[in-house]
Design a protein around this ligand. Structure first.
Ligand code: NAD
Length: 247
């Protein structure tokens, strides 16, 4: 390994939305951020926007061998991995259906990305995170993990389960594992795709009556990755303006 001074963050789904916002935030903290996305053009545009502390890499989190090769390459080029954010996910409104309606093929695809993607990336990054001071993993779950009967919610409930499970499994190696369960956050994708009636239904459930913003999720991630949260592992933190108290 070449060994570099900067701490290294790997962010899946780093091309847009939360992933790009995480890249801005952790680069701003002085980390080298690697924006991994299935859409290379999006990852490259995000990295260019973030600046000299950002890199772009193409990768599909559902592809296990590819994720092992990718994490190894990152560790060899940059000296190791300090933070992994398992953020890539399929969450389009048209896929938010009961499993029987969505069908097994599309449900499997959602599990491959939202659930298996977390497993692949965690196990692939693990050897390069072991024993590094302050190493941590942040998984992105969802408010849909609390009481949703849709395929998407089941995948995000699995992410909560994986967070607790990997916190146990990796804790002895000095790696903390936590999750964030965002409520409705107005990313570009959500603004473009989510029907207005769903937006207003979720907002009516919120105690905090403003729109959720990317900065709300970023704030939780900065804290979870920081020494201030060094006694916190296995948790899923809800960032939903209180909406999940209603489900
Ligand atoms: N926006 C919200 O309101 C909200 C709420 C709760 C949870 N989430 C979760 O947060 C995460 C990010 O959401 P977002 O709104 O920023 O999404 P987004 O759709 O704006 O961005 C997701 C990114 O992930 C990439 N991606 C998709 N499949 C991939 C794969 N197989 N491998 C690698 N990259 C892949 C996409 O190309 C895209 O750039 C997702 O896991 C989503 O389920 C979002």
């Amino acid at each position: 390994m070449s060994g570099s001074a900067a701490r290294v963050a790997v962010i899946t789904g780093g091309g847009r939305g939360f992933g790009k916002a995480f890249g801005h935030a952790f680069a701003g903290e002085g980390m080298l951020v690697v924006q991994v996305d299935i859409d290379l053009a999006a990852a490259e545009a995000a990295a260019a926007e973030i600046g000299p502390n950002a890199r772009a890499m193409q990768g599909d989190v559902a592809d296990e061998p590819a994720m092992h090769a990718l994490m190894r390459t990152i560790a060899e080029e940059h000296g190791g991995i300090d933070l992994l954010i398992n953020n890539a996910g399929i969450h389009s409104a048209e896929a938010n259906l009961p499993i029987g309606v969505l069908g097994t093929a599309r449900t499997r695809q959602m599990f491959d990305v939202n659930v298996w993607g977390v497993i692949h990336c965690t196990l692939a990054a693990r050897p390069f995170m072991q024993g590094r001071k302050g190493a941590s993993i942040i998984n992105i779950s969802s408010m849909a993990a609390y009481g949703s009967q849709m395929a998407y919610g089941v995948t995000k409930l699995a992410v909560r389960g994986l967070t607790a499970s990997f916190a146990h499994e990796l804790g002895g190696e000095g790696i903390r594992v936590n999750a964030i369960a965002p409520g409705l956050i107005l990313t570009e994708t959500i603004k473009a795709e989510l029907p207005e009636d769903v937006r207003s239904r979720v907002k009516a459930m919120q105690i905090v009556k403003r729109d959720g913003a990317e900065e709300d999720v970023v704030g939780a991630a900065l804290w979870l990755a920081s020494p201030a949260a060094s006694f916190v592992t296995g948790e899923t933190i809800r960032v939903s303006g209180g909406a999940t108290l209603q489900v």
